[in-house]
Design a protein around this ligand. Sequence first.
Ligand code: C2O
Ligand code: CU
Length: 552
Amino acid sequence: MKKILFTLFVFTIHQIVAQPFTTPLPIPPTLSGPVFNLNVSPSTKQFKPGTITNTFGVNTNYLGPTLLMDSGDFVTINVTNNLSEITTMHWHGMHIPAIDDGGPHSPISPGETWSPDFTVMNKASVYWYHPHTMGLTNLHVSLGIAGFIIVSDPEEAALTLPRTYGVDDIPIVIQTKLLDNDNQVQISSQMDSISMVNGEIKPYVNAPAQMVRFRALNGSSSRTLNIGTDDNRTLYQISSDGGLLENPVPLTRILLSNGERAEFLMDLTSESIGSTFQFKSYMSEMPANIEGGAGSAGHPNPLFGTDWSFMEVKVVTQTASPVTTFPGTMTTLTPFLEGDAAVTRPMELSNNAQINGETMDMNVINEVIELDDIEIWTITNVTGIAHPFHVHDVQFYILDRDNGGGPVPPFATESGLKDTVLVEAGETVRIISKFEDYADEVIPYMYHCHNLIHEDYGMMGQFTVVDSTLGTAEVLNTTVTIFPNPTTDFLNLSIPEYYDVEGIIIFDVNGKEILNISSPIKLIDLSDLSSGVYLLKVFTAQGEVSKKILKD
Ligand code: C2O
Ligand code: CU
């Protein structure tokens, strides 16, 4: 009896991981700005033998292109939704206006194109984009909508670091997934049983015998990763979510929860060509409160409580001008000072996927923050499981962690800028940030658990950043926009949805009413007007705003 069971078990495992490390790691194509076009479409991908898997992809059949941006660039991203359902697109980690952030309040209808534009203000690091539709985030990400954003800046560019994309600078998004017997993506449970890197199950990657940089993203729905190699090599972490660390931090394990990124260097200079090693997630070393951690030995899920390999590295010949040294000091970090904080805000991660005892409600603004304030958020996890806590709009510093024994400084790898932090069961983590540059009275940013199952369940809240020194008239004036101006025929009028529009009238220079637009339309036809100056007035329940139009 025992023997039969054993045979069956081996057979099952072989089916799941047929011939590991024989497929090369796919490297996502890159797009450069200032205009990026992203087409989100239904597709299919042959992940493993058997039925082809239905997927969603961005410009490709699974995942999306890597967007290359320079700090200071003004970029426009056209996101076209070719799906037959609503989606959204969020720029995870980017410091941008709330209206461009792509949270649940910016749905893109089927057939529609959404075009946020913003100035890149982040520091050099790796960020990512993914949908953020209320209740549908996990499904859309699991089906394949996600991609990297690599931001460069002069400080990082001045360092001797590997940066030949896909050669010695390798982006890896690690995801776990559950495919049903028919190879279709399932998201209903936490039973992910296979791993993928850049959408390939157990790939191998060629890495030249020199300094190699990996940019790792945990793009899984709910699994935390504890990354190391099968021969316990030293990984030198050089950046956290939002920028460089001061110095490379040597480690043998990199803990990466959902949504977190880490860039690390590996010194392969003295490796023999053709040698191999494997990357693994050492889950047996993780406490039981982290999903898939220890304490689940014997669990039928092959990724639970075990140390599982997800990629093999094959060492190949050096490139033409290899980087062979480590950088010294890379940056100077200047964390905000506790004494400068205007507000301390409690964030309790509560049971039943709640924050501060509340479930996400699109119509409730949970927190209002004054523009330019420095705030400390005290995140307390009173549940029995770990949650990765993510804040939109800002990068933050971790002040301290307290797992019962009193506050201790964050890990060295967490001393830099962060947008997501893993808070273990029973732990309290204090973070500090400044909410600067962008205020919006109405459109909120999100904070939430980045375990997508929890997020979809409502473990999320909303905050607005307001500039209380601005009057309503000024707010109206900056949020109601017209273009092109001057115009020859059509005028695009954009009025944020939250204003109750009572009338739109165009007057000539003598104050005579020329055009009364009864319904708040977006596109106004001015082709019948003679050239000259006109005045557009928008009347709303919240106030009125005038815009001068130049008709050519
Ligand atoms: Cu990566 Cu609110 O998300
Ligand atoms: Cu959670």
